[in-house]
Design a protein. Structure first.
Length: 426
């Protein structure tokens, strides 16, 4: 179960363990990538049999499978999906950028073109759970950015079918090409192409360690969104916090993965005991009890601090993927937050609202990466190309400075491009 530490004990013992070296997994991933690059579809079909336990005839989902999935998902699911979709689209539209051109002195024009990527591959996890929400989070910002071709892949079950809820979500979003593939082989296919799978410009979406390592290895040949690790939640709680809420929220992230890291940082010395008591009551009711227990026991902690100022310092140091601020007047503490992927304010804003429904993206930086990176957003699906125009007189006015700067760097050919133009203006 969760261990309780003072801030000083936490800093000494650092129970947030390094998950470890991945040398063995890296060798497997390198081999898979090489195999897919060499044998294409043939390798993908063999790897689906090896890792997913299914014998596939085709990698691409057929139209009849799409119709069947939508029907099986049911009207209640589709209604909820479209409500979430509306919220997610509304939020991400606010992120959209526009091109601009500005007129400067002497007839100079400077600008920036915002150009969407042509093709992206969205990886949607499969395995022990279905993730239609990940379809929304990966595809919606790409569509708003103006990406022309969006491809989705997800691991098939051992019956050769994709989870109907995941597939229905992709269909409802208008994704035409959906592939039955997962793991490192899916990343390799999007990065290098096969007979069936196209080469994309960018691969987005979270996955297991094999997916993450594969994304790391193909980066440079294609772009990636981030190296997403196990899920994280940190809750800052004061005397007003309800221990039942805290226990429920911690379990919601722990059930993702035995490696998920969860933290409660509190200035209330009585809260840890109350949370532990509530966990004892709620935990036996959870279907994924074993996963939750391992996450809480091995990668999670309760940290007691003297005041909220210290609590926020601890949080900023950990830089969590998700941060819940369950305190009185949570909005007043926004200036104290420096490092977090997504922030949930108040007792009635549990993290699953962000996972499924509210609007902000749930593909977020983990492992402390919120110190320097952001969650998936519309900017991830665009590139910015700058524009410059100088008329002759403007270049003449800048010529002396440009020539000097080029010669200081020892690049006389750079300086010469200006010199030859100045001669033409004499």
């Amino acid at each position: 179960m969760l261990k309780v530490f003072t801030k000083e004990e936490w800093e000494k013992t650092s129970p947030r363990k390094n998950i470890g070296s991945w040398e063995k997994e890296e060798k497997v991933v390198k081999k898979i990538i090489a195999d897919v690059r060499k044998r294409g579809d043939e390798a993908l079909l063999e790897l689906a049999l090896k890792y997913d336990g299914c014998l596939l005839e085709n990698l691409m989902v057929e139209e009849k499978e799409k119709k069947k999935a939508v029907k099986k998902a049911g009207t209640d699911f589709l209604k909820a999906l479209h409500k979430a979709l509306e919220n997610i689209e509304k939020f991400h539209r606010r992120q959209a950028r526009n091109s601009f051109i500005s007129n400067e002195e002497s007839g100079i024009m400077l600008g920036q073109m915002v150009i969407p990527l042509e093709k992206i591959g969205a990886y949607v996890p499969g395995g022990t759970a279905s993730y239609p929400s990940s379809v929304l989070m990966n595809v919606v910002p790409a569509k708003i950015a103006g990406v022309k071709e969006i491809f989705v892949c997800t691991p098939p079950g051992n019956d050769g079918n994709i989870n109907p809820y995941t597939l229905a979500a992709a269909v409802e979003l208008g994704v035409e090409k959906i592939y039955k593939m997962g793991g490192a082989q899916a990343v390799a296919a999007f990065a290098y192409g096969t007979g069936t799978v196209p080469v994309v410009d960018k691969i987005v979406g979270p996955g297991n360690i094999y997916v993450t390592l594969a994304k790391k290895m193909v980066y440079g040949d294609v772009d990636i969104d981030m190296l997403a690790g196990p899920s994280e939640l940190l809750i800052i709680a004061d005397y007003s916090a309800n221990p039942e809420f805290i226990a429920a929220d911690i379990m919601s992230q722990a059930e993702h993965d035995p490696l998920a890291a969860n933290f409660i940082v509190t200035s209330n010395p009585e809260l840890p005991g109350k949370v532990l008591d509530s966990l004892k009551i709620q935990l036996p009711q959870m279907n994924r009890q074993g996963i939750i227990e391992k996450s809480l026991r091995e990668h999670s902690a309760i940290i007691t601090v003297k005041d909220l100022a210290e609590a926020f310092r601890v949080s900023n140091d950990i830089a969590p993927e998700h941060l819940e601020v369950i305190v009185e007047n949570p909005l007043s503490y926004l200036p104290w937050i420096k490092n977090a992927g997504s922030v949930f304010l108040g007792a009635y804003t549990p993290e699953p609202l962000g996972d499924y429904y509210a609007g902000p993206n749930h593909v977020l930086p983990t492992g402390g990466a919120s110190r320097f990176s952001s969650g998936l957003n519309v900017d991830d699906f665009i590139k910015k190309t700058t524009l410059l125009y100088y008329p002759p007189q403007a270049l003449k006015e800048a010529a002396e400075d440009v020539i000097l700067l080029a010669e200081v760097e020892g690049l006389d050919a750079h300086a010469n491009t200006v010199k030859v133009r100045m001669k033409s203006l004499e």
